[in-house]
Structures are given as structure tokens and as C-alpha cells.
Design a protein around this ligand. Structure first.
Ligand SMILES: *Cc1c(COP(=O)(O)O)cnc(C)c1O
Length: 224
């Protein structure tokens, strides 16, 4: 556990104060989350609903749970009562279901729209036109139980820093554009979630204020 505290302290020290660290705890045992909690971490990211709902009751109530992986519409109900931020909203249908479950749970659920910025093939994420189409859809203003807090994006998995930098810069430009237009005067649109273990330095340089870090905190994941 000494290793763990070294990694956590190192990363916390180098992050600028305006950047939130989401510790990505997928595949990690509850004991590791408890250890991270004791070291002061409160924001935990999971990508599978079942894993999050299993861990949530075992951790203290002030943990902020982040859904970072693809979310199926039929699973929203399980996390709606407690989830802190959903990073992976990639359709109007999903947003409508989050709104419906938020209403049932008596909550306003914070969400990020996941934007597809990488060169690689990926099934998930919206392009800029699709984001605008959601925001301009007639159904959106009536969704009182969701709040769009910003955008999330994942860069191409590559050693070429320039490719990664350009993708993050493009997402920041789009974020700023939405801040000035659709979300003008609305302070809640304040979160740009980009950067993982391999690219968070570049992401922060390009304007990220929320990073999702697993491997650099906890070591390689074991999926077995
Ligand atoms: C797993 C995951 C991360 C963390 O990846 P690391 O490389 O371990 O830091 C970040 N974001 C998403 C969406 C993930 O699924």
C-alpha cells in the first residue's frame, strides 16, 4: 500500500488545483477503493453498472461515483439513485431515460455528452452535429431531471502526441463554442473530462479540468 500512496500523492501534487481527479477503479477490489478513500480520494470511476452497484453500498456515502463507460438504457435505473456524474451520454434516448429515472429518484442527474474525437473506429460517442441536434431537440428543454455539465472525450490510442494533442484541442474548441452559444450565461456547463493515464498531461495542457486515471494510480488491470 506504500506504493499506492506514493502514486496517489505524486499525481495529486502534479495536478493543477482546477483539475478533478477521477480514480478509475474498474476491476479493482473494494479493499483498494477503501485504501484510496483513506488517502483522501472521493471521486471513483467505474465503467460497468453491475460493478458500481456492488461496490457503492460498501464504501462511505460521500464517495462520488462516476459512470465513465458505455451505459445501456435498461441499466440507468440501477445507478440513478446515487450516481454523481455520467460521462458517457451518447444519445437522446439515453438522456431521456436518465431524466425519467432521475425524476423517479427525486434527483437532477449531472451528465456529460461523450464526443467522438479519435481517429479509431469506435461504437460510442457523438459527433459535433449530433451534440447540437440533441441540444436543439424539442424534447430536451423539458428534461428537468438531467443537467448537462460538459463534454467527455477519449483521444486515439497512439504514441503520436501530436495526434492526441490535436484531438483534445478540437474538443476544447467545441466545448468553448457551446459555452458561448447554447450554454451562454449558464454556469453549470463547466466540465471537460479528457485525459487518462497515458495522455492526461497533454489533456490538461489543452484545457481539461477532469482526468480519469486508473493504471497510473493502481498499476495494470487484471481482467481475470
Ligand atoms: C478505463 C478507463 C479509463 C482509465 O484508463 P487508464 O489508462 O487505466 O488510466 C479512463 N476512461 C475510461 C472511459 C475508461 O474506460
Amino acid at each position: 500500500m506504500e506504493m499506492l500512496s506514493e502514486h496517489i500523492n505524486y499525481i495529486l501534487q502534479e495536478l493543477p488545483p482546477h483539475v478533478t481527479l477521477v480514480a478509475v477503479t474498474k476491476t479493482r477490489p473494494v479493499e483498494l477503493l477503501e485504501e484510496a478513500y483513506r488517502m483522501g480520494l472521493r471521486d471513483f470511476g467505474e465503467n460497468r453498472v453491475q460493478e458500481m452497484t456492488e461496490k457503492q453500498p460498501l464504501l462511505p456515502g460521500d464517495v462520488r461515483w462516476h459512470q465513465i463507460g458505455h451505459l445501456q438504457t435498461n441499466k440507468v435505473k440501477y445507478i440513478a439513485p446515487f450516481v454523481h456524474l455520467i460521462h458517457s451520454v451518447d444519445s437522446l434516448k439515453l438522456l431521456a431515460e436518465i431524466n425519467r429515472q432521475g425524476e423517479k429518484a427525486g434527483r437532477v442527474i449531472d451528465c456529460l455528452l461523450q464526443v467522438f474525437i479519435a481517429k479509431e473506429e469506435s461504437k460510442f460517442g457523438l459527433d459535433e452535429e449530433e451534440v447540437k441536434a440533441i441540444l436543439n431537440n424539442d424534447e430536451f428543454p423539458a428534461m428537468k431531471n438531467v443537467r448537462i455539465r460538459g463534454l467527455m472525450g477519449m483521444a486515439t490510442f497512439t504514441d503520436d502526441d501530436n495526434v492526441v494533442r490535436n484531438e483534445f484541442a478540437a474538443l476544447k474548441t467545441f466545448f468553448d463554442h457551446l459555452s458561448r452559444t447554447f450554454f451562454s450565461g449558464r454556469e453549470e456547463f463547466d466540465t471537460l473530462s479528457m485525459g487518462m493515464s497515458g495522455d492526461y498531461h497533454i489533456a490538461i495542457e489543452e484545457g481539461s479540468n477532469m482526468v480519469r486515471i486508473g493504471t497510473a494510480l493502481f498499476g495494470e488491470r487484471d481482467y481475470h
